[in-house]
Design a protein around this ligand. Structure first.
Ligand code: FES
Length: 239
């Protein structure tokens, strides 16, 4: 291969310069041989982007057939009517969608029924406790005796860990209604037990008095009072 290359070089050197210049040379080009305005006119391809500015190949569609013959005011009224109608329909659809979503998310009738519990107070004798279940939690109902009421009211509020008067914890002095969940870690205290004659939580030793106020032990707060009402003299509704 190397010898072939050296032979061709020797032959080229041997040729006179005049003979090289007289050899026909063909130049290669990657550009098209047809270009320019004249070439465009002879093209058979109707490009929508070619020929703007007076070229004969420009083909602009005729929209006059679709043009409205009415006045501008009439056309505007029609446009406003269509926009207003579409807006009203969209707003109505959006309102119905949101309403359906909210109705779907709200509590069902059986859940609402569970939200309130009615208790017949005539069945609870004086000096007795009753525990009912409300929203998955125990609720203590205590029918207090006059002595218990007097004892609860005589406590010095300033000495309490969670200062609260007895009158602020009851709607009727003889009826004490509380959520039966210890405010320490959530155990259920035992009634008629403890050092203060109220409730005692055996989990870690919290003592509550006859008004459900924390008096001793690790619990930080009094027993919680739920929402309740007395719609009738012997009826209690919790929730
Ligand atoms: S949970 Fe009642 S004392 Fe700890």
């Amino acid at each position: 291969m190397a010898s072939l290359t050296s032979t061709s070089r020797t032959l080229l050197r041997a040729l006179p310069r005049t003979s090289l210049s007289s050899l026909p040379v063909r130049a290669l080009s990657t550009s098209s041989s047809k270009c320019g305005p004249g070439a465009a006119d002879t093209s058979s391809f109707d490009s929508p982007f070619r020929g703007f500015g007076g070229s004969k190949t420009a083909k602009i569609p005729d929209f006059s057939h679709y043009k409205s013959n009415k006045s501008q005011t009439s056309n505007q009224m029609f446009q406003y009517f269509m926009v207003g109608t579409m807006g009203a329909l969209t707003a109505a659809g959006a309102k119905n969608t949101v309403q359906d979503f909210l109705v779907n998310m709200s509590a069902s009738a059986d859940v609402l029924a569970m939200a309130k519990v009615e208790v017949d107070l005539s069945a609870i004798p004086e000096g007795k406790n009753v525990i009912i279940k409300w929203r998955g939690k125990p609720v203590f109902i205590r029918h207090r005796t006059p002595d218990e009421i007097k004892e609860a009211e005589s406590v010095k509020v300033e000495s309490l860990r969670d200062p609260q008067k007895d009158e602020d914890r009851v709607k009727k002095p003889e009826w004490l209604v509380m959520i039966g969940v210890c405010t320490h870690l959530g155990c259920v205290p035992i009634g008629e037990a403890g050092d203060f004659g109220g409730w005692f939580c055996p989990c870690h030793g919290s003592h509550y008095d006859i008004s459900g106020r924390i008096r001793k032990g690790p619990a930080p707060l009094n027993l919680e009072i739920p929402e309740y009402d007395f719609p009738e003299e012997t009826s209690l509704v919790i929730g």
